[in-house]
Design a protein around this ligand. Structure first.
Ligand code: ATP
Ligand code: MG
Length: 203
């Protein structure tokens, strides 16, 4: 099996995440994509983030209509800070050696992972699929990677021009501006129902 893992804070999930996962599924012939909302992300430990249960449920409602997408509770249920290496080790154990793991992430986030202390351990556990946002210089990214010779298998994909970010969605909600068509209707409804992101401080 070829299993994609789409990691993210998903605070909130949006069409940028969904399109990226779908593009990776198709381009790399993956069998499924497992969305993995972070519990307490190391890289965002100083920022205020929405409770894990809300982020998890938004991810569930956003992916419910796609039979190839699943959502994992692995990281939201794990106490303490989230390290990608622990997640990849756990999935490796759970699925066994016959399953090849593809960790899908933004090109920005890939560079943060490559810089970690357990980087060498992570490198052997998965192929990294780095999604680039509009305006990203693919050739420069590949060259920089080759120059570093980290042992990471990183593949770059260009996703359709989507300048959507969770940061922008949170800012829009706190300013009472529309988020419709940037994330599925089900996510818009969930955010309204729970009154998320209404305070400017959350943006
Ligand atoms: P924030 O604005 O809070 O940083 P975000 O929109 O970047 O949120 P994350 O949950 O941090 O969302 O993203 C999860 C992963 O998806 C990251 O690797 C990120 O780079 C990637 N990603 C986010 N938005 C897009 C997009 N529009 N197109 C492609 N990849 C994206
Ligand atoms: Mg981000």
């Amino acid at each position: 099996m070829r299993l994609g893992i789409m990691g993210g804070t998903f605070d909130p999930i949006h069409f940028g995440h969904l399109v990226t996962a779908e593009e990776a599924l198709v381009q790399f012939n993956l069998d499924r994509v497992l969305f993995m909302p972070t519990g307490h992300p190391v890289l965002k430990k100083d920022e205020r983030i929405t409770p894990a249960e809300d982020r998890y449920l938004m991810t569930v409602v956003a992916t419910a209509t796609n039979p190839d997408f699943d959502v994992s509770r692995l990281e939201v249920d794990r106490p303490g800070l989230t390290f990608t290496v622990d997640t990849l080790l756990a999935l490796h154990d759970e699925y066994g050696p016959a399953t090849e793991l593809f960790f899908i992430t933004g090109a920005d986030a890939v560079w943060e992972i490559v810089g970690w202390k357990d980087a060498a351990k992570v490198a052997g556990l998965a192929t990294f699929i780095a999604a680039t946002r509009p305006g990203y210089d693919l050739a420069a990214a590949r060259n920089a990677h080759e120059a570093q010779a980290t042992g990471f298998r990183i593949e770059y994909i260009a996703v359709p021009a989507l300048a959507i970010s969770s940061t922008d969605l949170r800012a829009r909600i706190s300013q009472r501006r529309a988020i419709r068509y940037l994330t599925p209707e089900s996510v818009v409804a969930y955010i309204q129902k729970r009154g998320l992101y209404r305070e400017a401080g959350q943006a």
